[in-house]
Structures are given as C-alpha cells and as structure tokens.
Write a protein that binds this ligand. Sequence first.
Ligand code: MN
Length: 149
Amino acid sequence: MTAGPVRAEAGHGAWEGVEVLRYKAEGTAPFKDITRQVLFRDPTLACELRYFEVGADGYSTLERHEHTHAVMILHGRGRVLVRDRVHAVRAHDLVHIPPRTWHQFRAEGGAPLGFLCMVNAERDRPELPTAEDLAALRRDPEVASFIRA
Ligand code: MN
C-alpha cells in the first residue's frame, strides 16, 4: 500500500493504480455483477477500506458473520436488507451492519451502486442462509421479494 493519496479516476467507480478484483470466487456464494477494490489496508489500524461496485442489475451475497461493516454509499441508489428490514439507500448514507446480522445490497434505478465498506482486517468467514433461515426471512413479503439467494 503506497503512502499518500489514491486518486479516483474521472467519474466514479475506480481508483487509479488499484487492482479491480472479483467480489468473491465464482461459485462460492450467490452474487451478481459486483467488483471490489482494496483502497486501504494497514496492520496498525486493523481494518480495511474497500470499494464495491454493484452493477445496475447486481446484488451482493446474502450473508452474516461476526465482523461488522460500516458502509458509506458513494453513488447510485439501491436497497439493503439489514437483519429483517429492507431500507432504501442513496449517496452519503451510512449503513451499519452489526455482528451476525443478515445483509444484502442491490443496485436500483438502472445505474451502478458504489460504496465504501470498512471492515476488520482479521475476520470470520461469511455464513450463508440455510433453507430454514431463508424461510424465516421470507415470512416478511417485502424481504421475500427483495432477497436473492
Ligand atoms: Mn458482509
């Protein structure tokens, strides 16, 4: 990680000199059209700052884990499931994902959704919902129509 600024490219969606990574290995979990860039990593802070971009039609994995997320929406709009509620999000909203809380992001409005996500450097593996978890989540009709698994 270099010292000093990491410059955003013109428009949005990428930082100069920062590799654009796959969100996760294909086939390990359900997701669609999402990329990842690690913008900041420093062992003395024990956290990482990543940028995710969800394509216009895309969504992140429905998952939960012990580690927390602080998510800052940078551009676009969409909706996010946090625990058992679906919330609309837009630029500059801050979303707190507490420990062991189901979460999933989706872009909406025909444009990509870009957000920063601060996370512990050392973290547990995300857990995917079981059939029982999905049935419980789907008891709420709004959640049922929102989630992709
Ligand atoms: Mn997560």
